[in-house]
Design a protein around this ligand. Structure first.
Ligand code: C2E
Ligand code: MG
Ligand code: MG
Ligand code: MG
Length: 285
């Protein structure tokens, strides 16, 4: 029964994302209600040092607990939300929720990992990201260094002065900028020179066949050494096997994220995991 429900749900969202305007406006209304009824929540996926010893940061990933359809994943509603003003409401909710979480982390964890937040291009184009972020930081008495903002290459390719100015101001507050899904856009490496970017996240599609595919091996090791020469921190996304991890270790990858080490999890589970990982005091051993 759960399977049938999953399939129907998928069909429903697929129709909405395609040209079906009835489904589309139904979904838009659904999202609007979901915001009012608090049906969205965040999960957090650890980003690890390559030795698996340290959780350097955690990525906030949105989920929707739909009253009839169960868990809905972001790829089923974020693209539609991005075509309307809904993305701004969702985006503001995500930032606020992630900052509240970052504050709780800073109080609970011995060494609090940074919190990475996905931001849609349309949110940047609206031009109020700087205010939004600084409001949230001061509201929760957070240091900028507790956040990482994940953007996609597409925003950098727009090549607008206003984007540049926003990123500069955000970085000046101590927040890191990460380029998400690196390598999947129409990469023009020159933007790495032009924009204030501190991190790259190498897309999972380069990792899936890493063990067999010599081209992926060349690309991934090349990106890793390029990033290191440019003093960019790199996260490899979607690491699922020990063999992939071994290759990435050989290539000098500093950080990894993926099901091999941990899936996205609730705040409670993450706090437990962090407590287990925390360096023990000598008196405990
Ligand atoms: P992303 O930012 O590239 O996030 C990584 C995605 O890969 C997540 O999917 C994560 O659950 C998944 N993942 C991580 N490790 C593995 C692995 O080892 N194997 C596999 N198969 N998957 C892995 P998720 O949570 O479904 O999110 C999908 C995308 O939705 C994200 O891709 C991001 O672009 C977007 N998204 C998620 N949360 C938000 C949000 O709060 N705001 C916005 N604007 N976009 C969001
Ligand atoms: Mg991301
Ligand atoms: Mg990504
Ligand atoms: Mg992705």
């Amino acid at each position: 029964k759960a399977k049938a429900k999953g399939r129907n749900t998928h069909e429903y969202f697929n129709k909405a994302l395609n040209k079906d305007s009835t489904h589309r406006s139904m979904l838009e209304q659904d999202i609007y209600k979901a915001l009012k009824r608090n049906e969205f929540y965040l999960l957090y996926q650890p980003i690890w040092s390559i030795d698996g010893q340290k959780i350097e940061s955690v990525e906030a990933l949105i989920r929707w607990l739909h009253p009839e359809r169960g868990t809905v994943y972001p790829l089923e509603f974020i693209p539609l939300a991005e075509e309307s003003a809904l993305i701004h409401s969702i985006g503001e909710w995500v930032i606020s929720e992630a900052c509240e979480f970052a504050k709780r982390l800073s109080l609970k964890a011995t060494v609090a990992p940074k919190v990475c937040i996905n931001i849609s291009s349309s949110q940047f184009l609206r031009g109020n990201m700087v205010e939004l972020l600084s409001q949230e930081l001061s509201k929760h008495e957070l240091e900028g260094s507790s956040l990482v903002i994940e953007i996609t290459e597409s925003i950098l390719l727009l090549d607008q002065d206003n984007i540049y100015a926003q990123l500069e101001t955000i970085v000046s507050q101590g927040i890191d900028i990460a380029v998400d899904d690196f390598g999947t856009g129409y990469s023009s490496l020159s933007y790495l020179k032009k924009y204030p970017v501190q991190r790259l996240k190498i897309d999972k599609s380069f990792i899936d066949d890493l063990e067999e595919n010599k081209e992926d091996q060349a690309l991934v090791s090349g990106i890793l050494s390029l990033a290191s020469s440019l003093s960019l921190k790199t996260v490899v996304e979607g690491v699922e096997t020990q063999a992939q991890l071994e290759l990435l270790r050989q290539y000098g990858s500093p950080m990894i994220q993926g099901y091999l080490l941990a899936k996205p999890m609730t705040e409670d589970l993450l706090i437990t995991l962090l407590a287990e990982k925390a360096p023990k005091h000598s008196s405990d051993t």
